[in-house]
Write a protein that binds this ligand. Structure first.
Ligand code: NDP
Length: 248
């Protein structure tokens, strides 16, 4: 219960990696704020935490809406009177040729992934500095560093998150707020048993990633004992981005 009494916001906590992160902090004794735009998904995560006796609230939040983010921070402050940890996890992607991607589609991806992370960090930091410090983890992607075709908006947003992280780490340092980023590779959030052997074996680690691989890294980065780590990017991809590929 290393995080007992800590208040933690997780954006996009309704499913996938965000849900795993929310459950992991709750299991460690933290008070979790589920910031999710889909009410049924948010309620599902809340019920899963309550099921094992954890502490959480659900605050409906669309991170593209600055007013929702203001409300998220106000609700967190009202419920727990503090905020120790923010996990900027909410994210979307659109796969479409750069010749056809519209301004609206570009803006939706950037406003969700990058502007949303910035606004959440800015507003969270106002509470954190009041109490003498805190910790922020942004979730980027290995797609900040490598690409498949037709992923311009997503890749740009994730590259932006990596840069945003070191900028905020330096700006917030005086307020004892650490800011780090995790760049996941392939993290299977669906039916893990449906994966093929080739899916696993193309990873040097021998397997595809799972949401809890990312959740444990969040615990590590936000552990107060690790207060020498700020502005860091941890790539968690089973070694995929380190592997050279040549045709045999
Ligand atoms: P999912 O799509 O499974 O979950 C994302 C969650 O975020 C959903 O609950 C979604 O709700 C929510 N969300 C989307 N838009 C918003 C918004 N505007 N405001 C609030 N919540 C929102 O994604 P993953 O779990 O796979 O990914 C989580 C993060 O990890 C993302 O940032 C993603 O880019 C990143 N990532 C994932 C990888 C993977 O392999 N899974 C690899 C690398 C990075 P709704 O369903 O209603 O849209």
């Amino acid at each position: 219960m290393g995080f007992a009494g800590k208040a933690v916001i997780v954006t996009g906590a309704g499913k996938g990696i965000g849900k795993s992160i929310a459950l992991t902090y709750a299991a460690q004794g933290a008070k979790v704020v589920i910031a999710e735009k889909d009410p049924s998904l948010g309620e599902t995560t809340l019920a899963a935490i309550k099921d094992f006796g954890g502490e959480a609230i659900f605050c409906p939040t669309d991170v593209t809406r600055p007013e929702d983010i203001q409300n998220l921070m106000a609700e967190t402050d009202a419920a727990y009177h503090r905020l120790d940890i923010l996990i900027n996890n909410a994210g979307i992607g659109i796969t479409k040729s750069p010749y056809d991607l519209t301004v609206e589609e570009w803006d939706l991806v950037l406003n969700t992934n990058l502007r949303g992370a910035f606004l959440c960090a800015r507003e969270a930091a106002k509470i954190m500095r009041r109490q003498g410090g805190g910790s922020i983890v942004n979730i980027a992607s290995t797609r900040a560093f490598m690409s498949e075709p037709n992923t311009e908006a997503y890749s740009a947003s994730k590259g932006g998150i990596v840069a945003l992280t070191h900028a905020l780490a330096v700006s917030f340092a005086a307020d004892k707020i650490r800011v780090n980023v995790i760049s996941p590779g392939w993290i299977e959030t669906g039916d893990y048993s449906q994966l093929r052997e080739i899916d696993h074996l193309q990873h040097p680690a021998g397997r595809v990633g799972r949401p809890d691989d990312i959740a444990r890294a969040c615990l590590f980065l936000t552990d107060e004992n690790n207060d020498f780590i700020t502005g860091a990017n941890i790539i968690i991809d089973g070694g995929m981005t380190r592997k050279m590929i040549y045709e045999p």
